[in-house]
Design a binder for this molecule. Sequence first.
Ligand code: ADP
Ligand code: MG
Length: 687
Amino acid sequence: KPRLLEDEDGGVVFLSSSFSSSSSGYGFASIEKQRQRLPVYKYRTAILYLVESHGTTIVVGETGSGKTTQIPQFLKEAGWADGGRVIACTQPRRLAVQAVASRVAEEMGVKLGEEVGYTIRFEDISNSDLTRIKFLTDGVLLREMMDDPLLSKYSVIMVDEAHERSISTDILLGLLKKIQKRRPELRLVISSATIEAKSMSNFFLSSKRRRALEGEELRPSLEPAILSVEGRGFNVQIHYVEEPVKDYVQAIVSTVLLIHDKEPPGDILVFLTGQDDIDAAIKLLTEEARGNGKTSSGLIILPLYSGLTRAEQDLVFSPTPKGKRKVVISTNIAETSLTLEGIVYVVDSGFSKQRFYNPITDIENLVVAPISKASAKQRAGRAGRIRPGKCYRLYTEEYYLNEMSVQGIPEIQRSNLVSCVIQLKALGIDNILGFDWPASPSPESMIRALEILYSLGVLDDDAKLTSPVGFQVAEIPLEPMVAKMIISSNELGCSDEIITIASVLSIQSIWFSIRGAQKELDEAKLRFAAAEGDHVTFLNIYKGFLQSGKSSKWCHKNFINYHAMKKVMEIREQLKRIALRLGIVLKSCETDMQLVRKVIVAGFFANACRLEAYSHSGMYKTIRGSQEVYIHPSSVLFRVNPKCVIYHSLVSTDRQYMRNVISIEPSWLTDVAPHFYQQQRQNPNIH
Ligand code: ADP
Ligand code: MG
C-alpha cells in the first residue's frame, strides 16, 4: 500500500498502515456517554412517540446530531425490531452505508453483519435471520421491492439524507407513499439536514387528506409529524476570497498551508469535486509542504472519496494524534453523509461533481459545477461542531450573495431516466408520467428513455416490459445498456467475456495511479493494450491476473489496483450467479473479438460516435445528436482515433471526453438498432 508512507525528515507526516487504529478503543461506558451527548438523545421519547402515532415522521437536524446512528437504535430499543421485523435505514451513498453500519455495530457492541448489517450493490453484509437494523442504499431497497413489493419484513423505513434528493430517494418516496396505503402499519421516518420539511410533509399528505385538512377535522396521525432537532453548532466565521480564483487546486493548497501556519490546532476539511482533483491537491500539498518543512510538520493528509478501501476509510475516521493536524480532502460526501470529528476549519472550493443530462442531445455526463447556497451553508457548518470554527470560501462574497442558486436541482430533473423507467415498469407502474413524484422529471427526458428502451427491445409498442428480454434486463442490477449486453452475449456465445467486461465497467478504475508516475502507468497500459479498444484491454488484464495466480505482486508490477481486481472477481461471481438464474450459459468465444464488439454494440449503440473526417485534433461527433466529443487520455485508443467508436460514459472538463471506448463498424449499428438509426437516414453522419 504505497500511497501513504512514513516520512520522518520531509516535514509532512504521512500515515503508515500501522497507524490505522480505529476508534474501537472506547469501552462500552464511554460509547454510552458519547451517545447521550448527541443532540437527538434529548428527543428520544418525542421521536418514539411520533413514530408510534404517525405514519410518517420527518426529522430535521444538523449533520452530526445523531440522526443516522441513533434513531435506528432508539427504534430497536423500543421494540420495532421484535418478532423478526427489521428496521431499514437508507442512504444515497455506498460509502456512507458502510461507515454508518460499522459505527452502529460498534456502538451496540455487536459483530457487523449479524444484528446490524448492511447491503450495497454487490456486497451483502447482512443475515436474513439475525439482522434487525439494516443500512442500505436507496437503490438497493428499490431492488428489494422487485421481490417483495410491500417490503413486508420492514416495520420502519428511515429514508435518510432526504435533502440530497438523489434520483433513487425520489423514486423511493413515491413508492413508499403507495406502500403505506396498503400497509398502514408501516412507519416512515424521513430525515433531512435542511428545512425542506414542509414540502416533504405536503408530499406525504394524500390529496384526500389535504382536502380533509381544509374542511373537516382530521385525526392527527394522518398528518406527517415534523420534528426539528436543535443542534448545538458553534459560530463559524466565514472568509471569502477578494478576487475569483483561477486554479482552485492551487488555491486550496495555499489556504491549507496558511491555516496550518497561522491558526491554532484543529483539523481541516477541504471540499473538492472528485478523485482526480483530490489526488492532484494531495500531490501539490505534499510537495509544497515538504518545501517549507518548518511550518508544515505535523500535517496528516488524507483523501475521502467513494473508491477508498476500508483501511483508507478507517484512517479518515481515526482520532488525530496529539500535536498533529489532519487535513481531509473530500468530495461532497463529507457535506452531510459522514461526520468527521475534530474539524475546526473548512475550505470550500465552491464546486462539486454533478450529473447533467440533456434530452435534446441525449448526452449525460458528470460535470464539475457550482454548488448551491444550501450546500455552501452545510459545508461551512462542518467547522462548528466542536468549537467555534472558520470557513474559507474560494469564491467572492459578491458571487455567493448574487449568483449562487439557493437550492440544488433534484437529480431526477437532471438525469437520464432509462434506469428509472425500467425499474418502475418492473414494479408494475405503467403510467410513469402520472406517477406521484416529489418533483416531476421532464417529459422530454421521459420520452427519450422510452425511445431507447424500445430500441433495446426492453419495452414493446404498448410501453410494457417485453418477455423475456425486458424482464431479464430489469432483473440485472446494472445499467440497462450493460444488462442488455449481457443478455445479447448469450445468443452470440461470448457471455464469459462480456460478464468480465461488465464487472470491470461497474468499478471506477482498475489502474493504480501513483502520483507522478504517469509515464510508467502509460507503459504498463501498453503491455495490455488491444487495438480494438478498452473493453478488450480489460479482457487481457483479467487473463493476466488469472495467469499470475491473482497475485498482488503482479498487480503492483503492472500498475493495476489489486483491490479493484479483487472487487472485479467478486462482482463477476455475482453476475455469473444472476446470469445462471436467467438461463444464460457461460460460454467463451475464445479469440473472436469481433463477436465481443458486436455484443457491445447491441447494448451501447446509442453511444456511437464517428471521427470527423477533416479533424486532426481527434474530434468525434455523436452519430445521433452530432455532439462534439473526444477520446479520454486514459483510453488505449487515445491518439489512435479509429473511424467509428462506442463509448461507455462521458466526462466533461474543458471538453466532453469519452471513457472506455471500443472501435466498431458503422454497419453494425443499423443491424442491431434499426429503429434507432434508420429514421436518421437523412443524417449525413451515418453512411
Ligand atoms: P447525523 O446523521 O445527524 O448527521 P450521525 O448519527 O451520523 O449524525 O453522527 C452522530 C455522531 O456519531 C457524530 O457526531 C460522530 O461523533 C459519531 N460518528 C458517526 N460515525 C462515526 C464513525 N464512523 N466513527 C466515529 N464516530 C462516528
Ligand atoms: Mg446522517
